[in-house]
Design a protein around this ligand. Structure first.
Ligand SMILES: [Zn+2]
Length: 287
């Protein structure tokens, strides 16, 4: 990977940590019906605004020893952990999808003349688009999963931007889908069919999985799988719904169902994105 690519990767990862900081705000404020913009971040104990130099993702918490600068109240280590998770997710996916030209993505094939199948490379702009599309999905899943982990209901508003982009991308940016709705589909409707089939499959299987969750935790896995379908396609929905069900089955057998299905989906979806090309080689029906 050239030095310029590394520079972009590091820059994207720092943006990722800042987005993690924003997700912390979303997880706390959205279930309480508070504005995301006003007031600026403040200590929940003493109400003092957090100084901008203390608000640096991860480092702010570490340098303050996990305490408020004004009243010394403990600040949960979850804040820097979420920021670190986002930093890592952006780092790994930016290396794979942007720096290494999408080695994790299924190979893009197009039917050529006389039965020859062409393997088509992706442009840099397409790869950055795919990376942002995938991070929109992953960050949405993370926000919804954490809201449900805290015992709150994940409203549709959390998922609306990802669902809206998924619905739009099918017609406007079909190159964001590495896997078509079925092999060899062509024409102006191909992207739309990919996005629509994914949204439909995610809504159906997500609803099915949500029946196995306590009522307060049903939205996350339902809307989350709808987002997975709209952004990664129906094949990923089938795979990730099965893996999430297995996760919850194992948790039930162990007698520990503390983690909502929506948060399990965050971990599984990241693994899916990293291993996608290998999964397709292993199970060709995912293509
Ligand atoms: Zn304080």
């Amino acid at each position: 990977m050239p030095a310029a690519s590394w520079l972009i990767v590091v820059w994207l990862s720092v943006i990722g940590a800042a987005i993690g900081s924003f997700i912390n705000v979303v997880v706390w404020r959205v279930p309480r019906g508070k504005s995301l913009l006003e007031p600026p971040s403040h200590c929940p104990k003493c109400g003092h605004p957090i100084r901008c130099y203390d608000n640096v993702p991860i480092f702010g918490w570490v340098l303050l020893g996990g305490r408020c600068r004004d009243c010394r109240a403990r600040i949960s280590p979850r804040y820097p952990l979420v920021e670190a998770a986002c930093f890592t997710s952006f780092l790994v996916l930016a290396i794979l999808e942007c720096g290494l030209q999408g080695v994790n993505l299924p190979v893009h094939r197009e039917p050529g003349d006389e039965g020859i199948v062409l393997i088509v490379g992706r442009s840099g702009r397409e790869l950055y688009g795919i990376f942002l599309f995938h991070q929109l999905l992953w960050c949405t899943l993370l926000a919804g999963g954490l809201i449900e982990y805290d015992g709150n209901r994940a409203g549709w508003r959390v998922y609306a931007p990802a669902l809206g982009m998924a619905a739009l991308a099918g017609s406007a940016l079909p190159m964001l889908y590495p896997v078509p709705v079925w092999n060899g589909v062509e024409g102006w409707y191909a992207g739309m069919a990919t996005s629509a089939a994914g949204l439909a499959a995610g809504t159906a299987l997500g609803w099915l999985l949500s029946r196995w969750e306590p009522p307060a935790r049903r939205n996350g896995v339902w809307l989350g799988l709808a987002c997975v379908g709209g952004i990664l396609g129906w094949q990923a929905v089938v795979g990730l719904a099965a893996l999430t069900a297995l996760w919850q089955l194992a948790a039930a057998v162990a007698g520990r169902r503390r983690v909502p299905a929506s948060l399990a989906l965050v971990v599984l979806c990241f693994a899916w994105l990293v291993a996608w090309a290998n999964l397709v080689e292993w199970m060709p029906w995912l293509r």
